[in-house]
Design a protein around this ligand. Structure first.
Ligand code: 13P
Length: 326
C-alpha cells in the first residue's frame, strides 16, 4: 500500500521557484502526485524503494494495428477482429492492439480477448461541449487501453498542431490510458553518398526531436509517476514511408529509434542519463511505415525496435498473421 502525505497544493508552474530544492528531490525520486490542473497535490511514500519498481522494457513486442478509416461496417469490423484474435498464438505472443475507428470500438471490444483495444485519437477534454469529439472518458468506459495520438494523417488532414497533441498526451496519460505518440519527418532525400545520407538523417533527427519536445511538454511528472510506468509509447513513423509500399530500411529505422531512446532516457529516466538510468527506459519505441508480412522479418531481428504500428497490412489476414507470428 502506498501512503500519501499531502505536502502542499501549489501549482508548480507558478510556485516552482520557491520550492526548487524540495521539488528536485521529489522529481528525482519519482513521487509526485498531480491533479487535473497540473498541480502538485501530494507526494507518494512507497513502502519499497522506488528503484525496486523499475523494470527494463520487456522483450515482448508491441504490435498496434491502426485500421484508420476501415472497414465499411460493424459486421466487417467484427469479422476482422475475430481473425486477428485467431492469429494470436496462446504462447509467446506479442502484445497486440487493435485500433478500429471510434464507431466500431464497442463491437470490436466485445469480441477480443487476447488483443487489447486501442483508439485512433482522444480529445483532451472530459465530457462536455466539444461537438464531434470523443473524450478519453468515453473511451475508458469502452475499455480502451491504448490511444494513438498525433498520427501524421491527423496532423495533415485535420490540422492538429503540436500544442493540441501535447494537450491530448497529457489528458490521456492523466486518465491512465497508454499513449502511442506518433512522430516522424515528412521527407528524406534518397542519397547514395554517405555524407548526404548522414546529413539527411541528422535533419530528420532534428525534426523528430522538436516534435518530441513540443508534444511531450510538461509530461515529465506523468511519465515518471510510478503508476504510469510504461504508459508512453513513441511510434517513429517517417511520413514518406506511410502507405508508400516501401518502408524505411531497418538500419535507418534503428538509428532513429536509438536516437529517440537516447532522448527519452535523458529526459524521462528517473536517473537522467546516469549509468543506472540508462538501464531503465519506461518508454517503448516502435516503428511504423509500410510494415508488411514480408519485410517484418527484416525488422523483427532488431532488439532496439520494441514493436510496430501497422496500417494497410493490418487489414489483410495473410499479412497480419505473418506480422503477429514473426
Ligand atoms: P502503413 O502500414 O499503411 O504504411 O501505415 C502506417 C501507419 O500510418 C500506421 O499508423
Amino acid at each position: 500500500m502506498v501512503g500519501i502525505f499531502n505536502l502542499f497544493r501549489i501549482c508548480f508552474r507558478q510556485k516552482l521557484a520557491s520550492f526548487g530544492n524540495l521539488f528536485q528531490k521529489i522529481r528525482l525520486f519519482n513521487l509526485a502526485i498531480i491533479d487535473d490542473s497540473n498541480c502538485l497535490v501530494g507526494v507518494e511514500i512507497p513502502e519499497e524503494s522506488t528503484t525496486n519498481n523499475l523494470q527494463p522494457t520487456t522483450m515482448k513486442k508491441l504490435i498496434v494495428f491502426n485500421w484508420k478509416s476501415n472497414p465499411h461496417n460493424a459486421a466487417s469490423a467484427i469479422k476482422l477482429a475475430q481473425l486477428v484474435e485467431k492469429s494470436i498464438p496462446k504462447k509467446n505472443a506479442p502484445e497486440v492492439v487493435i485500433a478500429p475507428p471510434f464507431i466500431f470500438l464497442e463491437d470490436v471490444g466485445k469480441v477480443i480477448k487476447k488483443a487489447a483495444l486501442g483508439s485512433q485519437d482522444a480529445f483532451w477534454g472530459d465530457v462536455g461541449s466539444y461537438t464531434g469529439e470523443i473524450s478519453w472518458h468515453q473511451e475508458k468506459h469502452l475499455k480502451v487501453k491504448y490511444v494513438i495520438v498525433g498520427h501524421s494523417e491527423r496532423r495533415k488532414y485535420l490540422g492538429e498542431t503540436d500544442e493540441m497533441i501535447n494537450k491530448k498526451v497529457l489528458a490521456a496519460l492523466k486518465a491512465g490510458l497508454k499513449v502511442v505518440l506518433c512522430v516522424g519527418e515528412p521527407s528524406r532525400a534518397a542519397a547514395r553518398e554517405l555524407r548526404i545520407k548522414n546529413a539527411e538523417l541528422r535533419k530528420a533527427k532534428n525534426y523528430v526531436r522538436k516534435q518530441l519536445e513540443k508534444d511531450l511538454k510538461n509530461s515529465k511528472f506523468l511519465i515518471l509517476n510510478s503508476k504510469l510506468r510504461n504508459h508512453l509509447v513513441i511510434a517513429y513513423e517517417p511520413i514518406w514511408a506511410i502507405g508508400a509500399g516501401h518502408s524505411d530500411t531497418p538500419q535507418d529505422a534503428v538509428e532513429m529509434i536509438k536516437y529517440i531512446k537516447e532522448f527519452s532516457i535523458s529526459n524521462f529516466s528517473p536517473y537522467g542519463g546516469s549509468p543506472e538510468g540508462r538501464q531503465f527506459s519506461n518508454i517503448k519505441v516502435i516503428y511504423g511505415g509500410s510494415v508488411d508480412g514480408k519485410n517484418i522479418k527484416n525488422f523483427i531481428q532488431y532488439k532496439e525496435i520494441d514493436g510496430f504500428l501497422v496500417g494497410n497490412a493490418s487489414l489483410k489476414q495473410k499479412e497480419f498473421d505473418r506480422i503477429i507470428k514473426a
